[in-house]
Design a protein around this ligand. Sequence first.
Ligand code: UDX
Length: 421
Amino acid sequence: MRISIFGTGYVGSVTGICLAHWGHQVIFNDIDTRKLDMIEKGRPPVYEPGLDDLLRKNKGHIATTDNPVQAVQQSEISFICVGTPSNGDGSINLQYVEQVCSDIGQAVARKEGIHTVVVKSTVIPGTTEGVVIPALEKQSGKKAGKGFSVVSNPEFLREGNAVHDFFNPDRVIIGAQDETSGELVKQLYSPVDCPKMITSLKTSEMIKYVSNAFLATKISFANEIGNLCKVHGIDSYEVFQGVGMDARINPAFFRSGIGFGGSCFPKDVRALIEFAKTSGTERNILQAVITTNEDQPKKLVQLLKRHLDIPGKTIGILGLAFKPGTDDIRETRAIPVVRALLDEKAHIIAYDPLAMDNFRREFPGISYARTAEEVLAADAILIVTEWPEFDRIDYTGKTVIDGRRVERAKKTAGMYEGVCW
Ligand code: UDX
């Protein structure tokens, strides 16, 4: 198939390059022409393990254009992969989705045959029917199901694992208004052997949000139970090892610590809360997930205060990225930790293998170390991101407060406390 990808962030880049690897002809469009230039030079606009190699291997059938009309004219299917950031009140911001729909609609107006538009961006249930389709109909002058068709196909990619997750999905979710377009998108995923569920547009949109919200709920649940375990000297990791043995429960995403960050969980849970609010239904559990996640990083500093008076002391921070394997600091738990330490008048020296440049733009006033070992000279060390290299340094004689369960620190530190163990 000839496929156009609108948006070259990590969802668009991964989706397009992986579809090209399956033999399709892919053309990328983005308002940021620097990203298109990077693709033309054989360099993915985002870092994802394995993506550059895949791009190089499939350059022959990958193209770019800054002209959205050309992208539509040179494809049968268009994937909308643009961002849906949060508004100030937590509600979803659809400006990029609306812009792309307008571009695609104008192109569809001048095109013969049925063009299929696939919404891969994470959008609140009802958005495809209530925003995407009306925008396409308005700009194209055609009717959905006749002049074009629209499908929902949410992604479940983990940052830092996106290529693996694209080729090894647990399931493919397809929302469709007609059987033909649903089957067309299902056929795209024929190389992967997993359940492929065809459902309605808004059910597909809801499955995406509920998946992320439940994963975030597991984490906040583990943290709340972990805080209780901590008071009673119980190791929450052992508790959830036993709990997870129940086939109905599954051990994944019960790693207690200082909470979840990233560009998805916080945004998606907040958007679902706003959606429930405007729908007039309760959001007690969802709100508790966010509240627990906002409180959890503070536990690290509260524990530290049990062991030393912070004002004027130098506190080392190991890890700034929202998780290992990425330079992404969006909603990283390091931000509330640093803010709490600054409120306590601490001097901070931080180290992260990848994320220091990004973090320095937000916190230019703290010190940054060249190595993890340099941080060990501080009066106490907080572990915020569980980078593998932090499990290979010697913490002998050091005071360590661990937010992410680094076993080597637990074994070798002079004084060690874990946030939930
Ligand atoms: C997540 C979902 O996993 C993915 O399916 C979805 O498409 C996008 O959002 P991502 O945000 O990239 O992916 O990272 P993930 O690996 O899920 O971790 C998210 C956050 O939760 C990280 O800050 C991580 O440290 C934290 N986490 C994860 C925990 O604190 N405990 C856990 O057990 C698992």
